[in-house]
Design a protein around this ligand. Structure first.
Ligand code: PMP
Length: 356
């Protein structure tokens, strides 16, 4: 008889991230990183912390970071929960708030593919809610489900990988009409033009907002993300955190993250440039015959009626450009393209005009 683990381990179904190639001369538009370096103030702060603080353990409560972020968003410190990237914060959220026996959590089909992975890993029952025909998230469809069978809803705003956003008013209606549901809004891409729900935290006990420094702050490598909510809700995440790692954010990450929130002008300048480039790239792609979904993120989601997406991806790869393709049947004709620098996007258009 074989040991139990030989089959069990194979049932664990991990997340498959986008490729991080060893080759450095590729134009990397496949994992929604920022094409810009972090603010110079961030690098200074990390250098300083390296010299002064590295021999010391980090603060178990990340007090300085929580205070800085609370000040930035006009929240109180007990409404801020930091972690090593929002993926880790999401793990705490799923473990700490989403495992309600006999009820389901809801999220869109199609969305960030980590959500079903966590559900399967943590044995959480979930139900997918299809996107509308135009690929938008339609919250009326969530409201149409029997409320007593549901414990929580999670969706990104803007959604991934479509890039499409919904308005704060619509989300507020869901918060009002389903006060017994936890409503988690994953705002990984919110800084590129969507409306944030952070101002609603004070008003609604059932709202959790997740954010990350990986996109608009150019710090994917530092691994810092947050959940914002009222303390009664965050308590679930805190209990999970304290059960396996009481030092969530290391000293270098804390120093860099605080400095990132202090350099507002760099943040505004780099996000503005990405938004401008996104609009220019969208127009140029449409001129080449692509359908481009309306994006409020740092990526666009595009398809071409005459060219197969997987083949386009391979052709771009031979031009040293990486983009992302998803196998889900409803979006198999689409490619997700991260917004790079203006120059990288011009190279992309030049290559595409040789391909299509
Ligand atoms: N949420 C969404 C919707 C994302 O696309 C990503 C990035 N892949 C994350 C969360 C996680 O980002 P990070 O762990 O780098 O903060």
């Amino acid at each position: 008889m074989s040991a139990y683990w030989s089959d069990f381990v194979k049932t664990l179904d991990p997340y498959v991230p986008g490729e991080q190639p060893k080759q450095t001369d590729l134009i990397k538009l496949n994992t929604n990183e920022s094409p810009f370096a972090p603010s110079p103030a961030v690098l200074d702060a990390i250098r300083q912390a390296t010299a002064d603080q590295l021999r010391l353990y980090p603060s178990p409560e990340s007090d300085r970071l929580r205070a800085a972020v609370a000040r930035y968003y006009d929240l109180s410190e007990d409404q801020v929960f930091p972690g090593n990237g929002s993926d880790e914060v999401l793990a705490h959220l799923f473990l700490g708030l989403f495992r309600h026996q006999g009820k389901q959590i809801l999220f869109p089909d199609i969305t960030y593919s980590f959500y079903p992975v966590y559900c399967r890993l943590y044995d959480i029952d979930y139900q997918n809610v299809a996107l509308a025909d135009d690929f938008s998230i339609r919250l009326q469809d969530y409201l149409a489900l029997p409320p007593e069978t549901v414990s929580a809803v999670i969706f990104p705003n803007p959604n991934a990988p479509t890039g499409m956003a919904i308005g704060r008013d619509e989300i507020e209606q869901l918060l009002i009409q389903r006060p017994q549901w936890v409503v988690a809004v994953d705002e990984a891409y919110v800084d590129f033009g969507a409306q944030s729900c952070v101002p609603l935290i004070k008003k609604y006990k059932n709202l959790v907002v997740l954010q990350t420094l990986s996109k608009s702050r150019s710090l994917a490598g530092l691994r810092v993300g947050f959940a914002f909510a009222q303390p009664e809700l965050l308590e679930g995440l805190v209990r999970v955190k304290n059960s396996f790692n009481s030092y969530p954010v290391d000293r270098l990450a804390e120093a860099g993250a605080i400095a990132a929130f202090e350099d507002q002008s760099y943040f505004e300048q780099t996000t503005r440039e990405i938004v401008q480039t996104r609009e220019q790239l969208s127009e140029a792609m449409r001129a080449l015959g692509f359908t481009v979904l309306p994006s409020k993120a740092n990526f666009i989601f595009v398809s071409h009626s005459q060219y197969d997406a997987a083949q386009l991806l391979a052709s771009l790869r031979s031009h040293a450009i990486l983009v992302r393709h998803f196998r889900h049947p409803r979006i198999a004709s689409f490619l997700r393209v991260t917004i790079g620098t203006k120059k990288q996007c011009e190279t992309l258009i030049k290559s595409l005009s040789e391909i299509v």
